[in-house]
Ligand binder design. Structure first.
Ligand code: B12
Length: 211
């Protein structure tokens, strides 16, 4: 069992998208739980990519190819993570903040929230504060979620909170933030309502905030 997770991780590391998708399907056929495949295979592989990228052993093109393989694996899991007949748990607008192109974590959070019954509006990456404001005005969500992976773009979470305040919309939504460099203390500092360290706790938190 663990062997297949290692294979998923190592194929993801090498950017073999087709193989990753096939292995994820194989793990599912062996009745492995989607959450286990996600954390023990896909996320474990991406963690290794992150470590070697940081150490200078991998470069942006390799990381991009690994990210594509991660998405291929996530595509296989998506129907299972989002399969549910539960009534809407609320509306949720999500996006990666301005200047930031990282979307793997955001997409995972979106998938898990979809699975928990939230109606998701995904604004994508590099989202300008005004685009968050427009989306809140248009969709009137219960919650807005922002993702940032760079220390240089985290500040745009504050800018977005301020833009919502200026538009008179701050009190109409709860704001959740996340991403590797983000902390609970930072959430407080920028005036967000909450922080979640991963997709599973994002679901618990969203249920709590929307309830
Ligand atoms: C993949 C990757 C890329 C890919 C992104 C592809 C894509 N489609 O996303 C590419 C190659 C494009 C890239 C580019 C760059 N990257 Co990059 N990248 C990474 C890497 C290796 C993995 C990130 C990832 O996907 N992790 C896996 C996911 C599942 O984890 P996650 O994002 O943290 O998400 C989880 C939680 O944080 C949380 N969460 C996330 N979002 C949200 C939102 C909400 C609302 C909530 C509640 C929770 C939540 O839940 C998620 C699931 O559990 C990291 C290293 C790392 N270990 O983080 C570097 C890293 C983030 N990148 C880094 C850098 C420097 C860059 C570049 C500047 C490199 C360059 N010189 O060009 C560019 C910047 C581009 C830009 N403008 O954004 C640095 C950032 C350093 C810093 N202190 O700011 C890192 C940390 C690598 C490093 N150690 O040096 N990168």
């Amino acid at each position: 069992m663990a062997d297949i997770l290692e294979k998923i991780a190592s194929n993801l590391y090498s950017g073999k998208a087709e193989e990753v998708a096939e292995l994820v399907q194989k793990a599912l056929d062996q009745e492995m739980a989607p959450a286990e495949i996600l954390s023990g295979g896909l996320i474990a592989g991406m963690d290794e990519v992150g470590r070697d990228f940081k150490a200078g052993d991998l470069f942006v093109p390799e990381v991009l190819i690994a990210a594509r393989a991660m998405h291929a694996g996530m595509d296989v899991l998506r129907p299972l993570l989002t399969e549910s007949d539960v009534p809407s748990a609320g509306k949720y607008v999500i996006g990666t903040v301005q200047g930031d192109l990282h979307d793997i974590g955001k997409n995972l959070v979106r998938m898990m929230l979809e699975g928990a019954g939230f109606e998701m509006v995904d604004l994508g990456t590099d989202v300008h504060p005004d685009a968050f404001v427009d989306a809140v005005r248009e969709h009137q969500p219960n919650i807005v979620g922002m993702s940032a992976l760079l220390t240089t773009t985290m500040v745009n979470m504050k800018t977005t909170v301020e833009a919502l305040e200026e538009a008179g919309l701050r009190d109409s939504v709860k704001i959740m933030i996340g991403g590797a460099p983000v902390t609970a203390a930072f959430a407080e500092e920028v005036g967000a309502d909450a922080y979640a360290p991963d997709a599973a706790s994002a679901v618990d938190l969203a249920r709590h905030l929307a309830g």
